[in-house]
Design a binder for this molecule. Structure first.
Ligand SMILES: Cc1ncc(COP(=O)(O)O)c(C=O)c1O
Length: 544
């Protein structure tokens, strides 16, 4: 591309031209631009989408061998997001995580260092790659009890202990929008000669406005996966993979992307990636003004509603958004810097500071009033804003929160099981007590997954199916000390609390019992209510 034109959206524009031309389709897809449904009546709004739902024909380019509009669109994306090269993903960040892991661990038995509380797509990537995983304990924010990312010191120690490691992978920000400083992690990785991969699924907008935390690429990461559909306005499944630097084999990465993505990628999804990028690229920080103003309305409103707390780092990281490679100029932070020092302003994480309503109940009451949060845990409710949020909608949210506060004033303090309950009348809890409740309850967050070791021994993953003859179903309460024979994934946020072959600790057993009783939804296991769990016929330290 000769000259970067941020205001262009090549894939989107090509689709518009395709529709206007009105060519007769002698190619797939079989809906023939929606014609198969005979009009609006039988396909409704989808008939409009189908007019743009083309495939690889003359002029539409090919995602797996881009030479025209897709190539141009990806180059524009690289320019916008500060990458050397960007790849459109039509299978979400899931596809990006799989491709990255299959690139850095191209042969079975290779070692990847990563935090334990990763999205299921990362665990699936380990399985597909037959990788050996060295799991790191993430650092904890002591106030909320929520896990962020491993400390640079932990990453350094793991790299020293496993010099054969091919790469390090972390998730940043977490589902709550919380983050730590990635730059020291990138430095530690590069000093050891390995790439840093970042699952930035929730941070596609990072680095695009001074009020937003710096993005992973700016901090020196080498491979970064972003769900453009989550925090930027692309269609669901639209995501991007950005790379920079010499650490990743790009030819292999392309091949891996072709393996995990459809050979008929959705053009509406790709066009939406193009449009989302154009919005940010052409308006830059201004694109976020209205959305941030909507958040501001919430912050001001909460200041007059002391019933609710808002998650914020005690010591925010001060860093201006730099360009790509800015990490080189950054100094290593003083040891002991807080694990949690960045917060996405678009993820407003609120909680009942009086301790009367747990997060699930607060979410239920908000939904009753027509406000649908992103997710909740025992304590917190995550409200996702974006550049599309409106101040008037926030006013309605505040009104709902005010009503809920009035409806439950003088209620009983009732958080997770095991948390002491007491009458609070209308007076608010002492900060110290509230903090303890926050900590106690957030231990049940489905984002957290703690192992007993800071650095685990390597765990070999494979695609070998579980042999039903080697397994039995036990009641969840009796599963501690047994080896899981199935994945257990509370959803959202999709962090497997157990993978097949993992020993079930007392702690995990208790947490799962608590979640199951609390009505959490579980994926991947045979009993979605998780009253029973599939385990291997062996017990720790002995046979069946
Ligand atoms: C941390 C994290 N990584 C990856 C993913 C997968 O993203 P996608 O839904 O775009 O495939 C998710 C989805 O929720 C996620 O939370």
């Amino acid at each position: 591309m000769d000259r970067i034109q941020p205001g262009r959206a090549p894939v989107y524009e090509m689709l518009e031209q395709y529709r206007v031309k009105g060519n007769i389709s002698y190619h797939v897809p079989g809906h023939k631009n929606g014609q198969a449904y005979g009009g609006q009546e039988s396909a409704g709004f989808l008939s409009e989408v189908m007019r743009y739902d083309v495939t690889e024909i003359t002029g539409t380019d090919d995602l797996h061998h881009p030479e025209g509009v897709i190539r141009e669109a990806q180059q524009l994306a690289a320019d916008c997001f500060g990458a050397e090269e960007s790849f459109f993903l039509v299978g979400g960040s899931t596809a990006g995580n799989l491709a990255l892991i299959l690139t850095v661990c191209p042969e079975p038995g290779m070692t990847l260092i990563l935090q334990r509380n990763v999205h299921k797509s990362v665990i699936h990537g380990l399985m597909l790659a037959g990788a050996r995983a060295v799991f790191l304990e993430p650092q904890l924010d002591p106030l909320s009890g929520l896990a962020v990312a491993p400390a640079a010191e932990t990453v350094q120690a793991a790299l020293a202990a496993y010099p054969e490691a091919a790469a390090v992978l972390v998730t940043m920000p977490n589902y709550y929008g919380m983050g730590s400083d990635l730059a020291p992690l990138a430095q530690v990785c590069h000093t050891s000669g390995v790439p840093l991969l970042v699952d930035e699924a929730h941070g596609a907008h990072y680095g695009q406005h001074p009020a937003l935390p710096a993005g992973a690429l700016m901090c020196g990461a080498d491979g970064v996966v972003q769900s453009t559909h989550k925090m930027l306005p692309a269609l669901t499944m639209g995501a991007m993979l950005h790379v920079q630097g010499p650490w990743l084999d790009r030819a292999l990465l392309r091949q891996r992307l072709a393996m995990v993505q459809s050979s008929s990628p959705s053009y509406p999804v790709m066009a939406s990636l193009d449009l989302a990028r154009r919005l940010v690229h052409s308006q830059r920080a201004d694109a976020f003004t209205a959305g941030l103003a909507a958040v501001d309305v919430l912050l001001r409103g909460l200041a007059t509603l002391p019933r609710y707390g808002l998650l914020q780092p005690a010591e925010p990281l001060q860093r201006a958004c730099g360009g790509a490679g800015a990490a080189a100029a950054m100094s290593t932070p003083p040891p002991g810097r807080a694990a949690y020092c960045t917060q996405d302003p678009f993820k407003a994480v609120i909680y009942d500071a009086a301790g009367v309503l747990g997060g699930f109940e607060l979410q239920r009451r908000l939904e009753e009033k027509g406000m649908v949060p992103e997710m909740s845990d025992d304590r917190h409710v995550v409200l996702a804003f974006s550049l599309g949020s409106k101040a008037e909608d926030t006013q309605r949210l505040l009104a709902a929160l005010q009503e809920i506060a009035e409806e439950t004033a003088g209620g009983t303090v009732g958080l997770s099981e095991g948390t002491t309950t007491r009458e609070s009348s209308t007076e608010y809890l002492q900060t110290e007590t509230a903090e303890k409740l926050v900590l106690a309850s957030a231990q049940n967050s489905t984002w957290n997954n703690f192992t007993t070791d800071l650095i685990s021994r390597p765990v070999l993953f494979s695609m070998k199916p579980v042999n039903p003859l080697e397994t039995e179903r036990v009641r969840l309460e009796y599963s501690a000390g047994r080896m899981a024979a199935e994945m257990v994934i509370p959803y959202p946020p999709g962090i497997p609390l157990l993978y097949p072959g993992e020993w079930i600790s007392e702690d995990i057993c208790n947490r799962l019992v608590g979640l199951s009783k609390g009505g959490a939804k579980f994926q991947a296991c045979a009993d979605p209510a998780l009253q029973h769990i599939l385990v291997y016929n062996i017990k720790k330290g002995g046979d069946a």
